[in-house]
Write a protein that binds this ligand. Structure first.
Ligand code: GDP
Ligand code: MG
Length: 253
């Protein structure tokens, strides 16, 4: 087994991902220990099998939440446990096989070298990526860059990232949002506001067809409305912080 890190862990929120989760978790374990999965009230039978896997593998911990609460809520639950166990950083990755497990060690190495930064995946899409999602992303990225006065966020939505635990917990506990799909972009903007520097690293994203086991719980109307509301409140926060952000920008120039 790999030597388990005592500072950096892989945290995988998981909601009804289907069969793909087993190869995803195995792949993550091949590249890192410890790996924690937070099962977010899944009803597809994956919880039981993941718990079984963890019983056979010391590097794997599976936490089962009885009810579905959303991606951000699942991440926050993992963060609290990570902090209680003394971890300083978590790498979040999706449970559905879309994120590259073979990049975990590289991302962790950069984070260990630069513990005050957040290490953000910069998605490299293949030809299967839905045009609507890639286009929607540009809009979200434009807003996130405005809200942070172009502090260097490469991609606002990609969930393959290493976060410092304490600042992220602080940000999330202070307000009730960021519990669903608004987690990833809001986390990156609010951490930037706190002065956490983004480091962008390329990482390939895969899109699977349904018959290959591809599952997405993203709902265009519901989630785009959620993201629009999120950028509206971040924009209001941006206006309040504008003097501070401008002063910071000028002092760094
Ligand atoms: N959609 C959704 N995803 C969740 C939830 N809880 C945890 N997740 C995880 O968040 C990740 C991203 O979700 P996914 O549906 O794949 O979104 P997409 O990749 O943007 O289409 C996956 O690892 C999910 O298993 C939840 O309540 N809803
Ligand atoms: Mg996905």
């Amino acid at each position: 087994m790999l030597n388990a890190s005592s500072s950096h862990l892989v945290l995988i929120p998981s909601y009804n991902p289907g069969e793909k989760v087993f190869e995803t978790v195995s792949a993550a374990r091949q590249h890192w220990a410890p790996v924690w999965v937070v099962v977010d009230g899944s009803t597809d039978g994956t919880a039981e099998r993941l718990v079984e896997m963890a019983g056979l593998d010391q590097g794997l911990r599976v936490i089962v939440l009885p009810e579905n609460r959303g991606k951000g809520a699942a991440v926050l639950h993992g963060l609290e446990l990570a902090a209680a166990s003394g971890y300083s950083h978590v790498l979040t990755m999706d449970s559905d096989g879309q994120h590259p497990a073979d990049r975990i060690a590289g991302f962790m190495a950069v984070s260990i070298r630069e513990p005050d930064a957040m290490i953000l995946g910069l998605p490299v899409f293949d030809e299967h990526a839905p045009a609507l999602r890639v286009g929607g992303r540009r809009i979200s990225n434009w807003w996130a860059n405005l809200e942070t006065l172009w502090s260097g966020i490469g991609d606002s939505l990609f969930g393959f990232r290493v976060y410092p635990v304490e600042p992220l917990r602080r940000v999330m506990k202070r307000q009730p949002w960021m519990r669903h799909f608004d987690f990833d972009p809001e986390a990156v903007v609010r951490l930037c506001w706190l002065g956490i520097r983004p480091v962008n690293l390329e990482a390939p994203v895969r899109y699977f067809r349904k018959d290959e086991g591809g599952v997405s719980h993203f709902r265009y109307l519901r989630d785009n409305m959620l993201l629009t509301w999120m950028h509206a409140r971040l924009f209001a926060g941006f206006l309040l912080r504008l003097p501070v952000l401008l002063a910071r920008k000028i002092s760094r120039a």
